[in-house]
Design a protein around this ligand. Sequence first.
Ligand code: AMP
Length: 487
Amino acid sequence: MEEEVQVDQNFPLFSRKTKPATRKPVPAPTSIEETPKQLDKETNSGPTPSHITFSDLGLAGWAVQTCNELGMKKPTPVQYHCIPRILSGQDVLGLAQTGSGKTAAFALPILHRLAEDPYGVSCLVVTPTRELAFQLAEQFRALGSCLNLRCAVVVGGMDMITQTKTLMQRPHVVIATPGRIKVLIEQNPDIPPVFSRTKFLVLDEADRVLDVGFEEELRAIFECLPKNRQTLLFSATMTSNLQTLLELSANKAYFYEAYEGFKTVESLKQQYIFIPKNVKDVYLQYILSKIKDIGVRSAIIFVSTCRSCQLLGLLLEELEIDAAALHSYKSQSLRLSALHKFKSGQVPILVATDVASRGLDIPTVDLVVNYDIPRYPQDYVHRVGRTARAGRGGLAVSFVTQNDVDLIHEIEAVLGKQLEKFDCKENEVLDDISKVYKAKRVASMKMMDDGFEEKAASRKAQKQKMQNERKGRNKKQKRGVTKDIEV
Ligand code: AMP
């Protein structure tokens, strides 16, 4: 018989010993200025001592061997500090830069516990984007390769009947985006009991998942998880919501912090080109034509909207530059196929919206181009963090137009450094202007023929409707999720 689900009326995020929260929720930051100051706390972000190996952290022999086989000889600091805490049963809130080995920091101890007791769903990982969900599953599968691990990915844009069937088979690890797991939990009464013995809840990219936008989803998830689970939050950026949680969780959860504000790594070269808006494509074509000469294996070009992502993808196709485009107006199968083509090296260029700015770990990415400057500096840090990972070098080039000057100054202020000027000869770049303009006209026509605008408009209307409905419901509830998360 199924164990009864223990529903906690207040949906505590961290488990056990809870008392009602009295603080008002802090709204999620809308810009960098609103990001709060850090708490005073004991610093615990030191490097891994040189003699420490994975077996010193208390992990099972098979896990240590798997790490070695995957080329992970020594724990990174986030792993050194967090793995023993997770193994000892503590809740953990970890803040560490992207590329620091966060995934293995939670996946290894979870798999260690799972190997001891492989019954039912042991772990639910919630992550903000579909691409990250698939990437996390790959990492879980690699780290648990000798365990016969059953790992399910439950994200939007995929068949719900198949997902329901998969969940009913009680995989060991479920990796989900918030929206889809909520729908499955709410639509099928057989699904909540599947999670009744979950031992771990992980919120990956927790700052984003705890964003007010996912409030309803988190409520639905907390309702079907048992109280005595362990909760692990990992994030690369500190926000007001996380800050609130920290204050509420004082002395209960272990807090690991190697977070030093919005920082980029030293091995990343950051440059800008100041150009008029109407020649951005010409400069892009020029840079992409040179990538082999400057030793770039693959590059991600970030744009601000799905529309410009689609158009730029078509333009590059017209210019016979191999590229894949990734944005949220594409079907999930097209999104996966674009990412697969890029990751497997079939195409060296990915044009993407911010759907690809967080967490994606693709070691061959040597160049990031900000075709559009992001509105918030933290998005800049996430984007450029797709290159120069794990001690490697990388280059980020930002296209700055007359409209972006304030944004770029804001980014420089946050980074505490000035971007260098990208060196190129204007005459040489503009040689190809007619070819690029012609290709752009053809790409625009193709986009019209494909009916992109109509599809986009109907998607937008649908999204707006859902947002309005959600706003109505939230007004009725009049509370933020952070307030409900007791610790
Ligand atoms: P993450 O921060 O989880 O996205 O990890 C970034 C990259 O570091 C991934 O490619 C991991 O495979 C790699 N990695 C994680 N832990 C280690 C380690 N201890 N030694 C070497 N590489 C690692």
